[in-house]
Design a protein around this ligand. Structure first.
Ligand code: GCU
Length: 650
């Protein structure tokens, strides 16, 4: 494992190197002096005021920092009030206090001085979680940032890097992490056995110090794979007893465990279907075993038929999650959270918001995002997901409640992590903005994408105005750029099968995954109205109406919902085919501009970062051209329609 790591946005640099006065930290005994909140403040102040004299509780001091726990605040809530002579930070618990310290440090570092601020904040989403898809052998499923820093050769690793990681997560507001892949394979099956307990306990203690609950993915058939039983039937009492014993044993060893994440009956993973049971039966059995310890079951809704016949045009993968789980609304125990991917397919750069968010009124829901850029350029292309996540959280479900956005209906948010043991953690330095932004949005979703990026840029790169402007421009435009050259009008899955990098417009067309575009010489897209697969009807009114017709469907989702002729005129005034051609040329030009702009930062940012970025922007440009030419050639050959601007379509 690579043990060299960048501090990312937690690299505290001197703020006032000439300040030699005394700085006092004051806190009553109910604040833990050895806890993370106090220690983070000390770390930061020592680095920011390197010549100051730091003391505890001194009577006279030039700057005073008062930390306390306050009953009137909820657990994770904090208040900060500060001026140029110090700050008073209160938290509902140590955890709230820690968030308050981080918020204060963020503010003064972004401002470049000890500023006046007054704030009371409580996180908008209760459970803010990262899902690592790390395998026990050290590989990472869909990992684009090196190898795992949790596992190596089947062993669980807890070291300095782990501690820094926990700090990073905590500083942007994340309070839970699943450390192993939802596809539980190899040694990780045995994470719930004796041999891993002491390391799990160490890891959970490091996490807990930074306010993070440790979760693990489990194999639904563990009674068989771990317990040697003949069945994992959730309604078989010997199976539930096995789980109760297992959970008791686990919590004895790892008392602060958060619970389990489960991928069941999905893409070959075992689940309750094998025994004729449904997902509520499976989830509730585990939930009951976890309940005495306040543990939670995070149960994934990513269930569909992945052995579909491509000739069968009535079966629609997009409908599968809804049809499986909507009838079970109200059947799940209180400590089950149903984790729903942001869209009905699989983390495409553009998908409609999952209809389950508008349907499950009696079930705790988590929205699942994917920071690992599986379908969005694999961290070689820059694709900032913050605006997309923000839009999804703000999306109205029309479920009949007065507060009906996705944010209103969820109690948790999870994201597939984009980290690994790379020196810069996320392969590309710019991809770290997605990690930071996800945490910040779950905490304070009212922040704009620009506010969050501004913060992240100044904490990571300092205050150079040209750097700030350039990165803001690239990052804010990057999602649209990626969409432009890969996924016109909501048409996903034009990528190469398997690894999902690069264009292959018919790669998924005659396969078993339910991911089709049905392009022919006249038209493209899937009719998902009531005349087609019926998917659009799964949304509440007026969404079901709007999505059903090309007249009302937003352009960006048109080909997802409507089978459309190439000469159909969009709301934008262009024809479908011209939009396809134009967006591919535009996206490519943007990629060219990004590479040029990045080059202009030479000498203004750290050279290692610059060189790493330069290689990635070059690859993005090469790949964007490939996308442009393959997709345009594909549609040109099928439709026979020329580009009205006469450009070469190959
Ligand atoms: C995608 C991805 C898989 C992953 C799955 C999931 O299909 O390609 O690697 O296992 O999502 O979310 O479970």
């Amino acid at each position: 494992m690579n043990t060299i790591f960048s501090k990312l946005w937690l690299d505290y640099r001197p703020l006032d190197p000439s300040f030699t006065g005394r700085v006092a930290i004051r806190c009553p005994s109910r604040v833990d002096r050895l806890g993370a909140a106090v220690s983070e403040l000390i770390t930061a102040l020592s680095a920011m005021l390197p010549a100051a004299e730091l003391t505890f509780g001194a009577d006279s001091a030039a700057m005073i920092f008062e930390l306390d726990i306050a009953d009137f605040l909820s657990e994770e809530e904090y208040t900060v009030s500060s001026d140029e002579r110090g700050a008073a930070i209160l938290g509902g618990t140590e955890k709230g206090l820690l968030y308050g310290v981080f918020a204060y440090l963020r503010e003064i570092r972004s401002a470049g001085s000890f500023v006046r601020m007054s704030r009371r904040v409580r996180p908008a989403v209760g459970l803010r979680m990262l899902d690592h898809w790390d395998n026990a052998d050290g590989s990472i499923e869909r990992g684009y940032s090196g190898r795992s820093f949790f596992f190596e050769y089947g062993r669980l690793i807890v070291n300095e890097r782990t501690e820094h990681y926990a700090r990073l997560l905590s500083s942007c507001g994340i309070n839970a992490a699943v450390i192993n892949n939802v596809n539980v394979r190899g040694d990780a099956v045995r994470l719930i056995s004796e041999e891993y307990y002491s390391e799990l306990a160490r890891l959970s203690a490091v996490f807990a110090r930074w306010g993070i609950s440790l979760y693990i993915s489990i194999d639904f058939s563990a009674p068989i794979s771990v317990g040697g039983m003949k069945t994992a039937d959730p309604l078989d009492t010997s199976v539930s007893y096995w789980w109760q014993d297992k959970v008791r044993e686990l919590y004895r060893a790892v008392p602060s465990l958060g619970g389990f994440l489960v991928k069941a009956d999905s893409e070959g993973q075992p689940g309750p279907y094998a025994y004729g049971r449904d997902h509520a039966d499976g989830a509730n059995m585990l939930a009951r075993a976890l309940k005495p310890y306040n543990g939670k079951v995070i149960w994934r809704a990513f269930v569909y038929n992945c052995s579909q016949d491509w000739r069968d045009s009535r079966t629609d993968r997009a409908c599968a999650g809804y049809r499986t789980f909507a009838p079970l609304d109200g059947h799940f125990d209180g400590n089950v959270i149903l984790q729903v991917k942001n869209g009905p397919m699989d983390f495409q750069v553009r998908e409609p918001v999952h209809p389950l968010f508008g349907a499950m009124k009696h079930t705790s829901l988590a929205a699942e995002f994917q920071l690992a850029q599986e379908y969005t350029g694999q961290q070689l292309h820059v694709c900032c997901l913050i605006p997309m996540i923000r839009d999804i959280l703000g999306f109205r479900t029309y479920n009949g409640s007065s507060a009906d956005t996705v944010l209103d209906v969820i109690s948790a948010a999870a994201a597939v992590a984009n980290t690994g043991d790379d020196t810069c953690w996320t392969g590309s330095e710019l991809a770290a903005a997605n990690l930071y932004g996800f945490g910040r949005l779950c905490f304070e979703p009212q922040l704009s994408a620009e506010d969050i990026l501004d913060e992240w840029i100044s904490l990571t790169f300092g205050s150079d105005e040209q750097v700030r402007e350039t990165l803001l421009y690239i990052l804010l435009g990057s999602h649209k750029t990626y969409e432009d050259y890969t996924a016109p009008l909501g048409l996903g899955w034009l990528c190469k099968p398997g690894h999902h990098y690069g264009p292959d417009p018919w790669g998924y067309e005659f396969d078993r995954w339910g991911t089709y575009n049905h392009a022919d010489r006249d038209a493209v897209g899937i009719d998902r109205s009531s005349n087609g697969t019926g998917y659009a009807e799964l949304y509440n009114y007026p969404l079901c109406r709007d999505y059903s017709s090309p007249e009302t469907c937003p352009d960006e989702l048109l080909l997802f919902f409507c089978r459309t002729r190439y000469d159909h005129v969009l709301h934008s005034g262009k024809t479908v085919i011209q939009h396809i051609y134009d967006s591919h040329f535009d996206g490519c030009e943007q990629a060219e501009e990004y590479a040029r702009l990045w080059d202009s930062l030479e000498g203004r940012i750290d050279n290692r970062i610059f060189e790493n970025g330069r290689r990635r922007f070059a690859e993005q440009l090469r790949s964007a051209r490939e996308w442009r030419d393959v997709i345009n050639a594909f549609f040109h050959r099928l439709s026979g329609i020329e580009d009205e601007k006469g450009r070469r379509l190959y």
